[in-house]
Write a protein that binds this ligand. Structure first.
Ligand code: ZN
Length: 138
C-alpha cells in the first residue's frame, strides 16, 4: 500500500470564508500516484471545516449567513469566551459544517458525484491554518 501526506496552509483575509480547495487536493492525488484508494481531507483546527458541496457562490453566501444566524459572533455571548478568546461562535460553526471528508479514488481520480467539490470553511481566519490531506491505496 502507498501513502501520501500533505499539509495545506490557508490564511483568509476575512474572519469567515469558504475556499474551493478541490484543485489543491487533486494536485496531491496526482503527486501520490495512487490509482485506487481513499483520500481523507481534514481541517486541523477546531474553528475551521472541510466539507463537500456545490461550487456555487450564492450557496456559499447562504452557508455563511446560515451559520452566522445559528452562532452569531459575540464577544460576550459564549461561555468559551470567558477564557479570553472571542471565537466561541467559530467552534460552533465548525462543528455544524464538519471536520473532514473522505473521497474514494477510482482510476486515479476523485470519484465525485456530478456536482461535488471540496471546500475549506474558515470561521476564525486572518491567520495560518492547516488542512491535512492523506491518501492511501495502490
Ligand atoms: Zn476558542
Amino acid at each position: 500500500m502507498k501513502a501520501h501526506t500533505a499539509y495545506l496552509t490557508f490564511n483568509t483575509p476575512e474572519r469567515c470564508a469558504i475556499v474551493n480547495i478541490n484543485s489543491k487536493v487533486e494536485a496531491e492525488l496526482a503527486k501520490s500516484g495512487i490509482k485506487e484508494g481513499l483520500c481523507l481531507v481534514n481541517a486541523m483546527h477546531i474553528t475551521s471545516s472541510v466539507f463537500i458541496n456545490d461550487n456555487e457562490s450564492g450557496l456559499h453566501q447562504d452557508f455563511l449567513e446560515w451559520v452566522e444566524k445559528l452562532a452569531p459572533y459575540s464577544r460576550g455571548g459564549y461561555k468559551h469566551n470567558l477564557t479570553g478568546e472571542d471565537n466561541g461562535d467559530a467552534h460552533l460553526k465548525r462543528t455544524v459544517m464538519g471536520r473532514e471528508v473522505v473521497v474514494a479514488v477510482t482510476a486515479g481520480k476523485l470519484d465525485f458525484g456530478p456536482w461535488e467539490r471540496i471546500f475549506y470553511g474558515e470561521f476564525d481566519g486572518k491567520r495560518n491554518k492547516r488542512v491535512l490531506v492523506k491518501i492511501i491505496g495502490e
